[in-house]
Structures are given as C-alpha cells and as structure tokens.
Design a protein around this ligand. Structure first.
Ligand code: ARG
Length: 458
C-alpha cells in the first residue's frame, strides 16, 4: 500500500502512521503556492524536452496535464487529498493519474528541495510587487493629505510633551519618508528574491544535462543561484522580507498610535470617519479607533513571525531540513497582515478630519515658542546656554502667574534681559515660529512646499 501511495515509498516496508501523515503535511497551507508550483513545473518540463531528457510529446502531455490541474484548482474542482504531503506531491500525483507514465518524468533532475525554493521565490516576487503598489498608494495618500491640510499647525511633541509648533503637512510627510525607505527596502529585497534556484536538486546539483539558464529565462529570473547547497537551504530572502514587513507595520503602528491619542476627547485633533470606527456593546457614547488599534496589535504579530523565522533558521545543519517547511505560515501570514493593513489604512487616511482649531490652540499653549525666545536672544549675541537659561526663567515666571509668553509685556521681558526689543513679539506667534525653521528638512512652509515639489517631480 505504502509502495503504491508515496512517491518515495520504495524503501519502506510499512505505511506512514496516520498521525505522522497529518503532522508532516503542509498541503493545507502550501496549496496557496499551486500557481507557482505549476508555472515552475511547466518551465522545467520545457527545459527537459529542449535538452532531450524527455520527448517533446511527453513534455506536451505534461504541460497540458498541468494546465488542466491548474484550471481545476482555480474552479475548486481539484480533489485535494489531505493525505498528500504537500502541494508538489498533490500536483505530481494528479498529473500521473491524468496522463500516465509521462507524469512520472516531470521530477527528473529536480528535488522538492529546489522546487519549494523556486515556488516561494516566484510567490514572493509577485507579492513584493503587490506590496510595493500598496505602499506607493499610501505614500500618495500622505502627500495628498499634506497638500489638503497645508498651512495647518499643530504642536510637535517629544516625550509626548509639547515641544515646538510644526506644520501638519510636515508631520504627514514624515510618514512619506518612512514609507519611501520601506519601498526601497522592498525593491532591494526583490533583487535577492529574484534568483532562480532550480537545478540545485536535492543539494548537490544533478548529473543530467539540464539547462538552468533556460529555465531562468522562461520564468523571467535575471540570474541563477551560484551554489546548490546554499540554494536549497537559503531562506534569507524570506527573513529579509518579513523584516521589511515588520518595519512597515511599525511605521503604520506609529501613525495609528498618534491617531488613537489624537482622537481622544482630551486631544480632539482628529476625527476618524464613523465607517472606520466601532462602538461599544455597553457604552452608547463610544466611538473606538479599533482599526488603528488592530494595526498596532498586528504589528506585534508580524514581529513574532520574524522572530519565528530567525529562530527556525539559526540551528540548521547544512543543507535542507524539514524545519524549513515552517517558514511558510509566518511568511504567508506576514504577507496577508501587511497587505490588509496597508489597504485599510490607505482608505482610512482620506476619511480623517483634522480639527484645525484644536491643533492650533494646542500649538499656541504650553510655551511651545520658548525655544524661539532663546533663538531671538542668540540673534542679540547672547550665548545659547545663557539664552536658554533666560527663556527658562521667563517660562517659570509665566507658570507662576498662569500666563502665556504672549501675555507678557515688553517691560516684563526686559526684567529678564534688557536687550529684548519689540521685534520679539512677532517671533512668539506659532506661524512665525514654524516659518523661521527654514533649514533644509525643517518645518517652514517654504521648506515643506519645496519637499512636496521634489516628491511630485519623482
Ligand atoms: N513541504 C516541504 C517544504 O515546505 C517541501 C520540501 C520537502 N522536501 C523534502 N525533502 N521533504 O519545505
């Protein structure tokens, strides 16, 4: 029975234990690779025929059989058998059932070890392309919002304490920068994913006269892998992708964290559209930012996948080990989670309404222009450390009297430093404060406008 059922059953004298079969099977999750598995097999069959390893007629039968199987899987008609070990075996067995003996020639010069490496690379190459598209859409969303909200000022924070006034557009474009780096990391990762491993066979290559470069051309890989042992055990590109996914999630999570804080009654800087929030089953007044919270939570889940992968890989003796089968669920879930998060945050983004009044009131309070007082003194040749001390004493004076900097008279300012002039007061407005920060990369309107123009030129 074993001998008939398992393609590797030749040397076994008893069937696999049922529990072992279930434990070792990856079919329930690796079936999502079917398209890539079949695409790779078709290229492999074409190469085998070109090299005269199988006949043209056999290759034609194999390719037609594989195409039928692909159609069946797509329509849901394919009879998946949970007893099959993985997608490779399921497809190969179905092929032999349909076309007979020729099906048994497909696996010539190939092992599941290089086959799975090929499948994942094909899959990940596609997915990275999709993720790059989603990241690009989100980047465009941030630019659009920055333009729409141009001129709005909010308090910038450090330590979640009011620090200095900044443009909302500047804040939004900070996320554009993060996502732009993420996009470049994805493209960089893609160059290492996009290398063709087939032909490594089990680990050492094959004695049959295969043509690896031909397979690479058919599958649009610019390169073939250079070392067969590395080819079957390398999963760096998966770890790299999941690391990049982790960073993207971290960036989304940080934005979400701000939205969560900003949408509280205490801040009131932003309102998330009803369609992107949920209510409470007991408190009728509640409107909760669950989407933002879930993205924050799912970030932890993607980090978990990264740690899982690195841990799976760290102790593996060369070369292929079955542990490597455990790479797929973390990868697939990272891809799904990342794609879903990018999509929903992009649609939520254009449904945010910012409260200009709350933000600007927030920016005007809390002594957010105290640095401007110190910088004013620097223009009067006061050493910065001393200027900092003077401004600090003025803030303390204000706190004691429950006053804002703008409530003080010139006379009061002069008590702390006689050189204060009337020109101080325009510097104390938040807009002036923002627009004074004209360094490259600073928050001045002129600088942010310039950055938007640069981004749009690209
Ligand atoms: N399901 C396996 C994996 O995901 C495919 C390769 C199996 N190779 C083997 N020699 N058992 O890694």
């Amino acid at each position: 029975m074993q001998k008939k059922e398992k393609p590797w059953g030749g040397r076994f004298s008893e069937p696999t234990d049922g529990e072992v079969e279930a434990f070792t099977s990856s079919l329930h999750f690796d079936r999502r690779l079917y398209r890539y598995d079949i695409e790779g097999s078709i290229a492999h069959a074409r190469m085998l025929a070109k090299q005269g390893i199988i006949t043209r007629a056999e290759a034609t039968a194999i390719i037609a059989g594989l195409a039928t199987i692909r159609g069946e899987i797509e329509t849901g008609a394919f009879p998946f058998n949970p007893g099959d070990e993985d997608i490779h075996m399921a497809v190969e067995k179905a092929l032999t059932d349909r076309i007979g003996e020729a099906g048994g020639k497909l696996h010539t010069g190939r092992s599941r070890n290089d086959q799975i490496a090929l499948d994942i690379r094909l899959y990940l190459r596609d997915e990275i392309g999709r993720v790059i598209g989603l990241v690009a859409e989100l980047k465009a969303g941030f630019v659009a919002l920055a333009k729409k909200e141009f001129g709005v000022i909010l308090p910038g924070y450090t330590h979640l304490q009011k620090a200095q006034p900044v443009l909302l557009a500047h804040y939004l474009l900070a996320f554009w920068e993060m996502l732009d780096r993420d996009e470049s990391r994805l493209r960089d990762c893609l160059t290492r994913v996009n290398v063709m491993p087939l032909g490594a066979a089990a680990l050492a290559g094959t004695g049959l006269p295969i043509d690896r470069r031909y397979v690479a051309r058919l599958l649009k890989f610019p390169h073939v892998t250079a070392n067969s042992m590395d080819s079957v055990s390398d999963r760096d590109y998966i770890a790299e992708f999941v690391f990049t996914a982790s960073l993207i999630m971290m960036h989304l999570s940080r934005f979400c964290e701000d939205l969560i804080i900003w949408s509280t009654d205490e801040f009131g800087y932003v309102e998330i559209a009803d369609a992107y929030t949920t209510g409470s089953s007991i408190m009728p007044q509640k409107k909760n930012p669950d989407v933002a919270e879930l993205i924050r939570g799912k970030t932890g889940r993607v980090y978990g996948h990264l740690v899982a992968l690195l841990t799976i890989l760290k102790g593996l003796p060369m070369t292929y080990n079955r542990d490597l089968q455990e790479d797929k669920e973390p990868l697939f879930d990272a891809v799904d989670t990342l794609r879903a998060s990018l999509k929903i945050i992009t649609s939520m983004l254009c449904r945010l309404s910012f409260s200009r009044a709350r933000m600007e009131a927030g920016a005007a309070s809390g002594f957010s222009t105290a640095t401007d007082v110190a910088e004013y003194l620097v223009t009067k040749a006061v050493p910065f450390r001393e200027a900092h001390g003077i401004a600090g004493r003025i803030v303390a004076y204000c706190i004691e009297r429950d006053k804002a900097l703008t409530d003080l008279s010139l006379k009061e300012f002069r008590r702390f430093y006689p050189g204060f002039g009337k020109d101080l007061f325009v510097r104390l407005t938040v807009r002036q404060s923002v627009n004074s920060r004209r360094v490259p990369g600073g928050t001045a309107e002129a600088m942010v406008r310039r950055r938007i123009a640069e981004i749009e030129r690209r």
